[in-house]
Design a protein around this ligand. Structure first.
Ligand code: BMA
Length: 352
C-alpha cells in the first residue's frame, strides 16, 4: 500500500513548452532603483584581482550590513573566467561598502581537491549566527553547501548536497521545529533533457541531514519564464507569509551575442511570491509579472552577460522599506527598494 504522509500532492500545470520569442518585460513600478541603477559594488572597489562582482548575499548582523559577493576574475575572452572567489564587505547604511582586503572564501580554502569553484553566496541570520549557502563546481557535478560563521573569520561547513543541486537559501527561523531551505535541483533526464528547472524545498532537524523534499514552484507556474527558475534571496517573514524572491529565466533563440559572452540567448528577471507562514511549501501569492526586468545600461547593455537580474539579498527595515540586492549582467551588484506592503500586494493568489 502506498502511503502519502510525507508527500504533498498539489495541482500543477503540466507539459513542456518550446522556447519562443519572448515579450519585452518591464520592471514593476513599485521598485525604485538606488542611484538610478548604478552599482553599489563593482570590480573597481575590490583590492585584489577582480573583473565581475555580483550575485551577493546580504544580511544585517550586529548593527552592520554584511555582504558576501562573488568575484570572477581573469577573463578568457568569450568563455568565462579563470578564477572565482567570494569576497566580503561591510556597511553602515547598506549603500556604501568597505571591502575586506583579502577574499573571504576560495575553492582552495575548501580543502577538497574535487572542488574547482565556489560561487553564488546567500546569507541568513538564524539564532544569532550567520549561515552561508553557496554553490561549488566539482570534478563530478555541482553541489550546494551550507556553512556557519559568527565572526566572518572562522567558518564551518555543515552540509553539502549530492550533485546536481544549488541556489539554496535558508529560512531565517525554524518552522515547526525544523530548518527549512529552498533549492534548485537539475533534473535533466526527467524534464526532457532540457533546462526545465524548478524550485524545491527540504527540511532538516539539524542543518546537516535534509529530507521530506517537496516541489514548491515550477517553471510552468511562472508566465515570464520558459527555461528555468530558482530561489533568490532568503525569504523574509511578514504577517501574511514568507515574502520570497526568485529568478526566472526566458530563453529566446533569436537573441544572439550579448555582452562579452559569445552567445547569450537568456534573460533573467526577478520574481516575487508569498509562501504560507505555517506550510512554506505552499505558494499563496505570486506576481504574474517580473518584479525587476533588465532595463538600465548596467542591466541590459554593459557587462559579461547582458539581461541578467539575479537577486540574492533582501532586507526588511523597521520602517517597512525592503532593500533588494541583485547582480546585474553577471558584472556588478545593484540595489533596489520597495515598500513591503507594495510587494505583498503584488502577490495574488496563484489561480486568480
Ligand atoms: C546561472 C548561475 C548564476 C548566473 C546566471 C546567469 O546559471 O551561474 O550565477 O548569474 O547563470 O549567467
Amino acid at each position: 500500500m502506498l502511503t502519502t504522509s510525507q508527500v504533498k500532492i498539489r495541482h500543477r500545470k503540466e507539459g513542456f513548452f518550446m522556447p519562443q520569442m519572448m515579450p519585452e518585460y518591464k520592471t514593476t513600478p513599485v521598485i525604485h532603483r538606488y542611484n538610478d541603477g548604478a552599482p553599489v559594488l563593482s570590480a573597481r572597489d575590490i583590492p585584489y584581482p577582480a573583473d565581475c562582482v555580483f550575485n551577493a548575499g546580504v544580511v544585517k548582523y550586529k548593527g552592520k550590513y554584511v555582504m558576501i559577493f562573488r568575484n570572477d576574475y581573469s577573463p578568457i575572452h568569450g568563455h568565462g573566467f579563470r578564477g572565482c572567489n567570494l569576497g566580503i564587505a561591510f556597511s553602515d547604511d547598506g549603500k556604501k561598502w568597505s571591502v575586506r582586503k583579502k577574499p573571504f572564501l576560495t575553492a582552495e580554502d575548501m580543502g577538497d581537491p574535487e572542488i574547482t569553484r565556489v560561487y553564488d553566496p546567500r546569507l541568513t541570520v538564524l539564532g544569532g549566527r550567520v549561515y552561508l549557502c553557496f554553490a561549488v563546481d566539482t570534478k563530478h557535478g555541482l553541489r550546494g553547501g551550507i556553512a556557519v560563521t559568527e565572526d566572518f573569520e572562522n567558518i564551518e561547513v555543515l552540509s553539502m548536497t549530492v550533485p546536481d543541486n544549488r541556489n539554496m537559501v535558508l529560512f531565517p527561523e525554524k518552522i515547526h521545529d525544523r530548518y527549512v531551505r529552498l533549492e534548485r535541483p537539475f533534473p535533466v533526464y526527467s524534464r526532457g533533457g532540457k533546462d526545465r528547472f524548478d524550485i524545491w524545498m527540504s527540511f532538516s532537524p539539524d542543518l546537516r541531514y535534509w529530507g521530506d523534499s517537496e516541489l514548491v514552484l515550477t517553471v510552468e507556474d511562472v508566465p515570464f519564464a520558459n527555461d528555468k527558475i530558482g530561489p533568490g534571496a532568503p525569504p523574509i517573514k511578514t504577517k501574511y507569509g514568507w515574502l520570497t524572491l526568485f529568478h526566472a529565466v526566458q530563453r529566446d533563440e533569436s537573441r544572439g551575442k550579448n555582452g562579452w559572452d559569445d552567445k547569450w540567448t537568456k534573460c533573467y528577471c526577478a520574481g516575487i511570491m508569498l509562501l504560507d507562514p505555517e506550510d512554506p511549501g505552499k505558494v499563496i501569492g505570486l506576481s504574474k509579472f517580473p518584479l525587476i526586468a533588465p532595463e538600465t545600461g548596467w542591466e541590459a547593455e554593459k557587462g559579461f552577460r547582458t539581461n541578467v537580474i539575479f537577486p540574492g539579498g533582501m532586507i526588511l527595515e523597521d520602517d517597512g522599506e525592503v532593500k533588494i540586492y541583485y547582480g546585474a549582467s553577471d558584472t556588478v551588484e545593484c540595489l533596489a527598494t520597495a515598500s513591503v506592503d507594495d510587494l505583498i500586494a503584488l502577490c495574488k493568489p496563484p489561480c486568480s
